[in-house]
Design a protein around this ligand. Structure first.
Ligand SMILES: *Cc1c(COP(=O)(O)O)cnc(C)c1O
Length: 383
């Protein structure tokens, strides 16, 4: 009820992905499940419990808002980490709730430790260092001051981690840049060590780094895209393909997106279909209207190019995708009727539409497509 389309989340596929990734990092390394962007579009309320079932008890998000969403569904025994935005006004809340957070500038550090003093509760901090991504992180040249401060304020924080993020580990063309980042991170680690500051964890790897550069795995990996069954890039897949020496894809998509035929109708030869004149029926046609449009996450760029599955056949989108509908050509499919299942992403009979084909057609990154799936599409876990 109340939905024009829905998303299925496969528990079996998720289990498969976690098993594969855990085998790569080994059993002593913490698997942090990155669930920012509403768990890459899969829904935090689905992924957090699934991950806990699969033995994962560490989660990473971008902001306090996202952390709050995770807290509602997370087991109290699990640990939560904010990697990005945390407003000064949210720091006390984070400390009170035992949420770990990245600290990447002196301002946040001071604010965090002042708050810790005030609330008499230690802040659980991860010091992020700048190794070449040039986003957030302390730079090597300013470590003196940072280290002095950390030594003086020892009793107000737990040094939970030392971390950094790579600038495009998924592309082999960045090889040198990543290697330099790894080297610089080691230099940072030694510097802290020399000053008797020892973090509980060292962590740097996202999916691509863990899959391609084993040296980046350290004590914890922040797995995003790969746990959902997607390769960070085709190159990452090729690299693992050779390494794993298996001829099947070890990662499985866990998300399918489905809808229903809303209306079937006939169109006379010589008439335009939809807004404007982008599609002209040059013969008598049968078309079906699907209640999914660009407001529902189906890109307008797929006008006249997208495809969906109906009755086990691939059918093309014709005309422009509107806010809430798309039109497909079902002339050659006998018996199509209102209520027939429409697969936008996923399998139907022997055919399947992958996210990557979808992305290629709409020129989107898989990350982008997934996180743009509206949160209000109902999501169901299936076996
Ligand atoms: C998003 C993110 C990750 C996860 O990246 P994937 O490529 O999805 O594995 C890891 N670390 C940080 C800091 C991130 O922002």
């Amino acid at each position: 009820m109340f939905n024009a389309s829905f998303i299925e989340i496969s528990r079996k596929a998720y289990r498969n992905n976690i098993r594969y990734l855990k085998r790569i990092i080994g059993k002593d390394v913490i698997f942090s499940s990155v669930v920012k962007g509403n768990a890459y579009g899969h829904g935090v309320e689905n992924i957090v419990p699934l991950a806990e079932e699969a033995g994962i008890n560490h989660f990473s998000v971008f902001s306090a808002k996202e952390a709050n969403d995770v807290l509602k569904v997370m087991s109290p025994a699990s640990q939560l980490m904010i990697m990005g935005f945390l407003d000064d006004s949210e720091i006390e809340w984070a400390i009170q709730n035992d949420i770990e957070f990245f600290v990447f500038d002196a301002g946040r550090l001071e604010k965090a430790l002042e708050t810790a003093k005030m609330t008499r509760k230690k802040a659980r901090i991860h010091i992020e260092v700048e190794t070449g991504f040039n986003r957030t992180g302390f730079v090597y040249e300013n470590l003196d001051e940072l280290v002095k401060y950390l030594k003086r304020e020892r009793e107000h924080y737990i040094f939970q981690g030392l971390c950094t993020h790579y600038a495009g580990a998924e592309s082999l063309s960045n090889y040198l840049r990543i290697k330099n980042q790894i080297t610089l991170f080691r230099k940072f680690s030694r510097y802290f060590g020399r000053h008797d500051l020892h973090p509980v964890l060292y962590h740097t790897a996202c999916s691509a780094a863990a899959l391609i550069y084993p040296g980046t795995i350290m004590n914890m990996v922040r797995f995003g895209i790969a746990q959902y069954g997607f390769w960070p890039s085709p190159e990452t897949h090729m690299f693992r393909f050779r390494k794993d020496t298996r001829d099947t894809n070890p990662l499985r998509r866990m998300l399918s997106w489905k809808s229903k035929v809303m209306v079937v109708k006939n169109v006379e030869a010589g008439s335009f279909v939809g807004y404007g004149s982008s599609y002209l029926a040059n013969k008598k046609m049968k078309i079906a209207i699907i209640p999914v449009g660009y407001a529902n996450g189906f890109s307008r760029a797929l006008s006249n190019t997208g495809r969906v599955l109906i009755r086990g056949r691939r059918v093309p989108v014709i005309g422009t995708v509107t806010m809430n509908t798309m039109t497909v050509n079902v002339t050659d499919i006998p018996g199509v009727e209102r209520g027939d299942e429409v697969v936008i992403i996923g399998k139907q009979k022997r055919l399947s539409i992958s996210i990557s084909s979808f992305c290629e057609m709409s020129e989107q990154l898989n990350y982008q497509l997934l996180t743009r799936l509206p949160a209000d599409i109902p999501r169901f876990i299936v076996a």
